[in-house]
Every structure is written in structure tokens, then in C-alpha cells.
Ligand binder design. Structure first.
Ligand SMILES: NC(=O)c1ccc[n+]([C@@H]2O[C@H](COP(=O)([O-])OP(=O)(O)OC[C@H]3O[C@@H](n4cnc5c(N)ncnc54)[C@H](O)[C@@H]3O)[C@@H](O)[C@H]2O)c1
Length: 423
């Protein structure tokens, strides 16, 4: 078992640290956010991620996991240092590597000889060398090991990975990193750092492409009188296409797809290739937010000024509390621009946002509303008493952008209902 420092305790770092500790490693997680570290030390888990709290609390109780402030404090005795810090979008669309470089500089003076630094942050081609340069420690190897976990099922994804990708030219180091995952069943792909770094962007760009495609198909379905649910069923049964990631919605978002697709466009552009197709995928997504707002407006008679809109769902997907680049917020901004009055409800969000009041239940959110717009696919929304919802509203009207609501049942409850991708 190895001593691992995990730098950054966000969605990726905390999951990585807790899961490595769970499979037997000795893990110290570090963050620059002293409040976050203090909360973790008290046993409070700052993010919503199914199964994560239990894993963290058990690993801490077993003495396998601890939390410290500052990367250097965690890295001083470690054999491996995992960089799990943010790589936000820079002004020109490229990935901002400043957090990665800072973390590398912080750990460089304290890393023991022979330690391995592993880049788990999503970083463009060449970042392994950026970290090597920032550290200036020729005795320390730097490896790429991109992360593919999905928020909302991060623990499961880490412990049951589809694959482990390791990018290094050094076979012995690859074996060392692969050995950290002993006990997990997954194919290990060892490649050069540039390919490992590209795999992550290629995967996210492809997934975003799939979503933009199915959202565009939903628009076509509405126009020609087809049903997107049946269309994706018919498409997805072809194993070359696959049924996963073919659900239409109000657009894609989250902390990864928007920045990673833009970074991919920039990486290609810097290398002399205009990735026009991916630019189209990004533009189609922006259009999708507009189309949702257009539909709400049309359902309300063509003018949203003073219209009371209840929104169900704020997070970018179900089972997370992550609001970063949420499609729901994009749609809400467009509704507010059109002078609608928006009141929202989300099972994971309990405080008002900058421009939106947040209600404490799906029912109170719809009181006096002229329309309810369902934007995140929380399971809770499937099981609501739609007759009660209808009674609370001024006009029982619903636009379901996730195809969650049972249409005949909603109609029986008196609703005018539109579902995305269905005539
Ligand atoms: N969130 C996801 O679903 C996901 C999935 C795969 C890959 N990624 C990638 O993983 C990386 C991290 O993403 P995230 O969502 O966990 O980010 P996050 O913002 O949730 O967490 C990052 C953490 O790093 C801390 N930090 C920053 N600089 C630090 C330093 N020098 N020392 C110690 N801590 C520091 C921050 O305080 C923060 O707590 C990004 O590159 C992201 O693209 C994210």
C-alpha cells in the first residue's frame, strides 16, 4: 500500500482521496481553502455525492485518510502526489494551468526523491512538461492519469472505472501508478502523456457532441411530429450507437463539458486545425438554451413579462449539488431577460441564488405560477402529486425538458403539458 497526497479536495480530489483510502492506501488530502479543510476534519462533507460521506468517515476512523491545509504539508512524505486542482477556462477558451503550476511549485521542495506526481486535473497536451518545468525536480516523474468520473456517481465510477489511462514514457512509473488501482477491475491503457491528455478532451467532446446531436434531433422531432423517446430507443438499440447519453434535455453544462469543449477547439486551433464541427456542437448547445426559453414564452402566449415561472431543478444534473455552468441557470437567465418572475426549487439547493429565489419544496415553488418548467431530472419530480400541483398554480401548465413527467397522468390532472422532443 502506498502513501498518497491528493492536492485539491473538490469533486475529483475528495473522491480520489476517499476511494484510494478505501482500497487500503494511506492518503493525506490537501486544500488551500482552510474552511473546507476544517469542515472535513470535523467530518462534514462539503459536496453532495452519493456514498462519499460514508467512505470518508470510515477511512478517517480507520486512520487511512486525513486532511491538511496546503499542498506541501500533504506532499512531504508521499510516494505519489495527485494533482486534482481546477483548470478553469481562460479568456481565450484555453485551459488555465495556473492552479496546476502553483500546486506543482508548492510540492516541489518537499517531495521525497523518487516520488511520482500524477496529473488528474483535465489538462491540455504538454501539461506534463509544464508540471515538470514548474517543479524542476528531475528525480521526480510526472504522469498523466485523467479522471472520467461523473458527478452524481463519482464513488461508483472511481471504484468501477471503465478504464484507467496512464500517460508516461517510463514503463516502470506506469507500473507503479497502475499498482495503485490493484483490486479494481478495469483495463489499464498505458500511453504517452500527449495521448493520455488528449483522450480526456476527446471523450468529453464526443459526449457533448452526442448530446447536442440528440437535442437537435428533439427539435426536428417536434417539427415533424415524431417522438424523441421512441427515436432514441430505435437508434440506441444499434450497438454501434448505444443507448447511453442519448437523452435530450435543455442543453448540456456542468463543470467539465463547456470548458473542455472550448479548450479542445483551442488546442486544435493552436495546432493549425479549425475544429468547425465541435464549434457547431457548442453553438447548438447555446441555441438549445434559447429554444427552451422560446418554448416557455410560446406556451405563455408569446410574452413573458410579469409571467410567474416555477422552475424545478437547478443543478446541472440530478444527484449533485453542483451548479457550475448549469443549463438550468442558462435558461433562467433567458427567462429573466424576457422579464419573467422566476421562483425555483431543487432538492439539493437550499439558499437563494444571485438572481433567483429558491423555494423549499416543489409544491411551494408553484404557488400562483403560470407555468412550471422542469429542467433537472431529479427522481423526486416523477412522484409528485400532479393534481395538487395543478391546484396550487394559477394556470396548470408544464414544460418538461427532461421527459420525466407522465404525460397522460399530467393531462388527467388538468395540465397543458409540452415535453421536449414530442409534438
Ligand atoms: N468535477 C468533475 O466531474 C470532473 C471529472 C473529471 C475531471 N475533472 C477535472 O478535475 C479537476 C478538478 O475538478 P473539480 O471539479 O474537483 O474542481 P473543484 O473546483 O471542485 O476542486 C478543486 C479544489 O482544489 C483546491 N485547490 C486549488 N489550488 C490548490 C492548491 N494549490 N493546493 C491545494 N488545493 C488547491 C480548491 O480550493 C478546490 O477545493 C479539473 O481539472 C476538472 O476539469 C472534473
Amino acid at each position: 500500500m502506498s502513501r498518497i497526497a491528493v492536492i485539491g479536495t473538490g469533486y475529483v480530489g475528495l473522491t480520489t482521496g476517499a476511494c484510494f483510502a478505501h482500497i487500503g492506501h494511506d492518503v493525506v488530502c490537501a486544500d488551500i481553502d482552510a474552511d473546507k479543510v476544517a469542515r472535513l476534519q470535523r467530518g462534514e462533507i462539503p459536496i453532495l455525492e452519493p456514498g462519499l460521506d460514508e467512505l470518508v468517515l470510515n477511512a478517517v476512523a480507520d486512520g487511512k485518510l486525513s486532511f491538511v491545509v496546503g499542498a506541501a504539508e500533504a506532499a512531504k512524505d508521499c510516494e505519489f502526489a495527485y494533482l486534482c486542482v481546477p483548470t478553469p477556462q481562460d479568456d481565450d477558451g484555453s485551459a488555465d494551468l495556473s492552479y496546476v503550476e502553483t500546486a506543482a511549485r508548492q510540492i516541489a521542495p518537499v517531495l521525497p526523491t523518487g516520488a511520482v506526481v500524477v496529473n488528474k486535473s483535465t489538462v491540455p497536451v504538454g501539461s506534463t512538461f509544464v508540471v515538470e518545468r514548474a517543479m524542476n525536480r528531475p528525480d521526480v516523474k510526472v504522469v498523466s492519469n485523467p479522471e472520467f468520473l461523473r458527478e452524481g456517481s463519482a464513488v461508483h465510477d472511481f471504484l468501477h472505472p471503465d478504464r484507467v489511462v496512464i500517460g508516461t514514457e517510463d514503463r516502470d512509473t506506469a507500473v507503479k501508478v497502475a499498482s495503485l488501482f490493484l483490486g479494481l477491475t478495469a483495463p489499464v491503457i498505458v500511453t504517452d502523456p500527449a495521448s493520455a491528455e488528449t483522450i480526456k478532451y476527446a471523450a468529453n467532446s464526443f459526449l457533448a457532441t452526442k448530446l447536442s446531436f440528440v437535442n437537435a434531433m428533439a427539435t426536428v422531432c417536434e417539427a415533424v411530429g415524431a417522438n424523441i423517446n421512441d427515436v432514441v430507443l430505435g437508434m440506441g438499440t444499434d450497438p454501434r450507437i448505444g443507448e447511453k447519453f442519448l437523452k435530450p434535455g435543455p442543453g448540456w453544462g456542468g463543470s467539465c463539458f463547456p470548458k473542455d469543449t472550448r479548450a479542445m477547439v483551442k488546442i486544435a486551433e493552436d495546432a493549425g486545425y479549425d475544429f468547425e464541427m465541435l464549434r457547431g456542437v457548442i453553438n447548438a448547445n447555446e441555441l438549445q438554451f434559447d429554444l427552451v426559453a422560446d418554448k416557455v414564452e410560446a406556451m405563455c402566449g408569446g410574452d413573458l413579462a410579469g409571467v410567474k415561472v416555477a422552475v424545478w431543478g437547478l443543478t446541472f444534473k440530478a444527484n449533485t449539488d453542483d451548479l457550475r455552468e448549469s443549463p438550468s441557470l442558462e435558461v433562467i437567465n433567458r427567462l429573466i431577460e424576457r422579464r419573467a418572475e422566476v421562483l425555483a426549487y431543487d432538492p439539493a439547493i437550499h439558499a437563494d441564488l444571485d438572481n433567483v429565489s429558491v423555494s423549499d419544496s416543489a409544491y411551494t415553488a408553484v404557488e400562483g405560477a403560470d407555468i412550471v418548467v422542469l429542467l433537472t431530472e431529479w427522481d423526486e419530480f416523477r412522484w409528485l402529486d400532479m393534481a395538487k400541483v395543478a391546484d396550487l398554480m394559477t394556470t396548470p401548465r408544464i414544460y418538461d425538458t427532461r421527459n420525466v413527467i407522465d404525460v397522460p397522468a399530467a393531462r388527467r390532472a388538468g395540465f397543458e403539458i409540452c415535453s421536449l422532443g414530442r409534438a
